[in-house]
Design a protein around this ligand. Structure first.
Ligand code: SAH
Ligand code: SF4
Ligand code: F3S
Length: 474
């Protein structure tokens, strides 16, 4: 486990590997895991391009391959090793290939990754993403580099190379100080570090100038935003909270929609709900993982709330914003979870009716408390519970989708439907993916055109599916 407090960045020069590399070529980044990793990858791509690298047409042609990895569950970690195996083989015939492992597996495994895959040039934890250029400079001097020490994340001066021209991720807090007993994130992402509100607003103003319309404020526990920043208000509360941040960035001209994730039920406040209801750019979609519908399991997970508290949060949201979409994450087959406890998770989904639930069977992670408990459940129980849960999640999502039928929804166009070039796709404010005809009716002076990314279009919903909608221009 990456003991981030004690490890230092190490450089190891293996024998016979001293040739300096100067020519910049093409790069390929594959991103695994969550939105934080996606945001980090966009920043790393920006750094590579500012260094003179160009995006490769295909992974197998790239001169630099970077895997930004995830270790949240065992299968996520194993996927990385199978990808790496292929590139390691390629490197044996092409020694000029630069191989980088970034992200959470890099942080967790550190130097032992080099022993497992000696072909690697650079192993770098998530806190080092903004230092990719410095680390590659060391690689170019012929070193194998491991950067996994605890690091203060510097304000980023490079421009991210963003995948979308419409929706942008904006990190507001890095790391996580919680200690959920199943979770590897605190040990791989380090302590919480909030960015200053001024820096966040500046970034968002820059995004608006570039034409971005939607931003998603990101943090593993976004409700923790600001608790590491100094300052107390005259009323005696923290000067910097997520609620204050929403107010602070709401006025940026050109940004039409604001989202945030991930919310933690332990810290979610009524003040925040009120701000979401009052600020019109903040979308009516809340991602609030509850993990289990049973109080004893929640306690064993060290989540710090009860099912009843969770229920009250959802009720309060729905009182203020009746149409709000609610999504969540759930784990089944946590160590010791009885059938009755598992059924309470199903009951809660049945009762509250989620628009979307990300589901997972518990996976023991190295260095986390629950991994060492003796009451692990069998693979068969995991598979059975997950299957039944997924069927319920889909049924409830379908029920939730039904409410859109016949309604007019405002869609922010993100691009062409990859499965049908005659359609564009975008999202409702509540985050439902929506498809409609790309052709735009003739307007003054514009005889025939198509909807473009960034357009806001009123669409009448005519078909509903569990996780997407289709319609026509209203
Ligand atoms: N910060 C978020 C979650 C981040 S991890 C939160 O507190 O809710 C994303 C999701 O992965 C978690 O919500 C959880 O449902 C799942 N997850 C995390 N560790 C897991 C494990 N060991 N096994 C299975 N699922 C896990
Ligand atoms: Fe993991 Fe818990 Fe932190 Fe979420 S809040 S990242 S589940 S430790
Ligand atoms: Fe995975 Fe790391 Fe995110 S473990 S879920 S990529 S924080």
């Amino acid at each position: 486990m990456g003991d981030t407090g004690t490890m230092t960045a190490t450089s190891i020069t293996p024998p016979g590997q001293t040739a300096a590399r100067s020519a910049r070529g093409s790069y390929w980044i594959t991103t695994f895991g969550c939105q934080m990793n996606k945001a980090d990858s966009e920043r790393m791509a920006g750094i590579l391009e500012s260094m003179g690298y160009q995006e490769a047409r295909a992974e197998q042609e790239a001169d630099l391959v970077l895997y930004n990895t995830c270790t949240i569950r065992d299968n996520a970690e194993q996927k990385v090793y199978s990808y790496l195996g292929r590139q390691a083989q390629r490197k044996r015939s092409n020694p000029h290939l630069t191989l980088v492992v970034a992200g959470c597996v890099a942080q967790q495994e550190g130097e032992s990754l080099l022993r497992r895959v000696p072909e690697l040039d650079l192993v770098m934890g998530p806190q080092h993403a903004n230092r990719l250029d410095t680390l590659l400079a060391q690689v170019e001097q012929g070193q194998q580099v491991v950067a996994t020490d605890e690091h203060h994340i510097l304000e980023d001066i490079t421009t991210a190379r963003r995948d979308s021209a419409v929706c942008a991720w904006v990190n507001v807090i890095y790391g996580c100080n919680e200690r959920c007993t199943y979770c590897v994130v605190p040990s791989v992402r380090g302590r919480e570090q909030s960015r200053l509100p001024e820096a966040i607003r500046l970034e968002i103003e820059g995004l608006a100038e570039q034409g971005f319309k939607e931003i998603t404020l990101l943090g593993q526990n976004i409700d923790a935003y600001g608790r590491d920043l100094p300052g107390i208000t005259p009323e005696g509360r923290r000067a910097h909270t997520l609620t204050d941040l929403l107010h602070h960035v709401h006025g940026v001209r050109g940004i039409e929609r604001i989202r945030f994730a991930t919310s933690h039920p332990r810290y979610f406040t009524e003040r925040l709900i009120d701000a979401c209801a009052d600020l019109d750019k903040v979308c009516e979609h809340f991602h609030i993982p509850f993990q289990s519908g049973d109080d004893a399991v929640l306690k064993a997970m060290a989540r710090g709330y009860t099912v009843d508290r969770y229920r009250r949060i959802i009720e309060r949201i729905r009182t203020r914003m009746p149409d709000a979409a609610i999504s969540a994450d759930v784990i089944v087959a946590f160590p010791g979870e009885t059938d009755a406890q598992y059924r309470r998770t199903l009951d809660l989904i049945e009762e509250l009716g989620f628009d979307q639930v990300n589901t997972a069977a518990y996976s023991p992670r190295p260095g986390t408390p629950a991994a060492d408990w003796p009451n692990q459940l069998s693979e068969a129980v995991k598979v059975a519970r997950l299957q039944e849960l997924n069927a319920l999640v889909e049924r409830k999502a379908k029920e939730r989708s039904a409410r859109y039928l016949g309604r007019v929804e405002q869609i922010l166009v993100e691009g062409i439907n990859p499965k049908d070039p005659n359609q564009v796709m975008g999202r409702t404010r509540t985050n439902r993916l929506t498809f409609f005809a790309a052709a735009r009716p003739a307007a003054d002076g514009v005889p025939c055109a198509t909807w473009q990314p960034g357009d806001l279009v009123d669409v009448r919903i005519e078909q509903v599916r569990a996780f997407s909608l289709s319609g026509t221009l209203a």
